[in-house]
Ligand binder design. Sequence first.
Ligand code: ATP
Ligand code: MG
Length: 656
Amino acid sequence: MSSTIESVLQETRAFPPPEAFVKQANISGMAAYEAMCNEAERDFEGFWARLARENLLWHKPFTRILDESNAPFFKWFEDGELNASYNCLDRHLKTQPDKIAIVFEADDGKVTHVTYRQLYEKVCQFANGLKKRGIAKGDRVLIYMPMSVEAIVAMQACARIGATHSVVFGGFSAKSVQERIVDAGAVAVITADGQFRGGKEIPLKPAIDEALAMGGCEAIKSVVVYKRTGTSIPMTAPRDAWWSDVVAGQPTDCEPTWVGAEHPLFILYTSGSTGKPKGVQHSTGGYLLHAMITMKWVFDIKPKDIFWCTADVGWVTGHTYIAYGPLAVGTTQVVFEGVPTYPDAGRFWKMIQDHKVNIFYTAPTAIRSLIKAGGDLPKNYDLKSLRILGSVGEPINPEAWRWYYETVGGSRCPIVDTWWQTETGGHMITPLPGVHALKPGSCQAPLPGVIADIVDETGHSVGNGKGGILVIKKPWPSMIRTIWGDPERFKKSYFPEDFQGKYYLAGDGATKDEKGNITIMGRIDDVLNVSGHRLGTMEIESALVSNSKLVAEAAVVGRPDDLTGEAVVAFVVTKGPRPSGEEAKAMANELRAWVAKEIGSIAKPKDIRFGDNLPKTRSGKIMRRLLRSIAKGEAITQDVSTLENPAILDQLKQNL
Ligand code: ATP
Ligand code: MG
């Protein structure tokens, strides 16, 4: 069986960057981009070494660049020493201490400003407090916090003292927290009494108490609690301490703990769209380097920019593009506690207007839900400050892209559709705003120094105009170092024998068009095989979503079929109320005909079901593996710990 993937959807529009934009861009024009790619090709290690010297402040300079002796456990800049927090804060103290680092907007709309000096002092005080509580270099610290200045302070303070943090998204259950504490071997927890989201108060500390009572967490000797909601919660002395007591009387300076470049800055458990969460271990030097260069290259960051990434710090996007990248390059960023639909679906647009945001970075799931909730709302706000839009987390359907481009960006702002993963540490494949003519729904081109390709199952490049398996052929500085505590799983998952252990396997299918533009087609595990044609989920879903009158969101999976091998089953969320009975049948027929017209009868769904929503991870991604079980009529036996909305499964099952 061939592993190439067919592309059936034709997307021919192209949006070249305006000339004025190209002129001012950090990477200005195709020639500049190609020159960088060539430099990396000529002298791969020299290229990365130059960037590492230019961008990072080294306490002890590195002399070795890439160590491949124990591949695939690659090491970068290994004998160099630095500190991530020093690189994010201290470097700005002389040049721009009074610049706003964080504009924090709370759920209720209250705005707080924190300057670089203030942030430095908060981090130092908290770092000193952690040290006093016995937390030292190499310890693992679990962070379970609301979106807040303090969440960033907690991460930076860990980095400052050489402790490895593991942030767990505040929506996860006590059981998930306990599993991660045990897996990481954490010795301390930083949390809050609770959080506000969408006008509701949600407790946090009780989940920690519950997790710690489950057993296996005996190593936890300290729980620091930030008071956010003020609701009374039990505190267990001497284990638990209030944040305010931990920092009281602590000096506002704290000598950073210098660590080797390979020292684990953090462990982050992936969201689990495809299986049991894995603890992705990242380095300090290589990781921070990639965070910085992508802020400059992809977001084209300038000294006066206001940057806003809407992710939660519980995801990798919130690590690289909130807690580290923006600070390391000295930008002013917006940090938001709440949700996009509270008090109404205009919240994002109002915040862009109020804070004069220039660079806005969000996820397709948010875009699709905001179109459904109020596609005209952006028109009520002044969004002229915007100059770049970004997308991350899933393929963005061309229809959603068009809305984002026109209605939010005023047909003026390049969209950077950034493909990357928890494992890659930072952006890998994305159009650059001053370089590429944009192709809706496509992440287009690898960054200079990122050697991405699309191959068949024997590892041979498929070439332009074809689809296959996305791989990275050379190590890169911000890559995953291992799966915490499970090096064998790391090797098997990412450097499989199929490619002689040489290529990093991303797990996504992708195609290249005639010009070489890369488009993600969906996860390899989700690829459908209909009458011998291998189809990615993305194009069929995008074809459905392109029916903007009826469809808000769609997910497609395969189901075994006697005739065609596999049949396409589509789960659809409609723009209006969920149809039932005859209305549902008629709409299903209309959508089947629509897909046949858009991409051909090969992709026509055999079965269409309607739901109020789709099963999603807590980071907002569609969990197709659950839909596959439903489509087959099987019981769901997989891990559902990361599922946001379990109730929806019953609705989609009943729909049979
Ligand atoms: P798990 O690996 O545990 O199943 P996950 O893959 O959802 O979780 P992340 O690392 O957050 O966790 O997501 C990376 C994946 O998200 C990519 O492999 C890809 O499938 C998808 N993705 C991210 N950005 C894009 C993008 N711009 N275009 C298309 N797909 C994207
Ligand atoms: Mg993944």
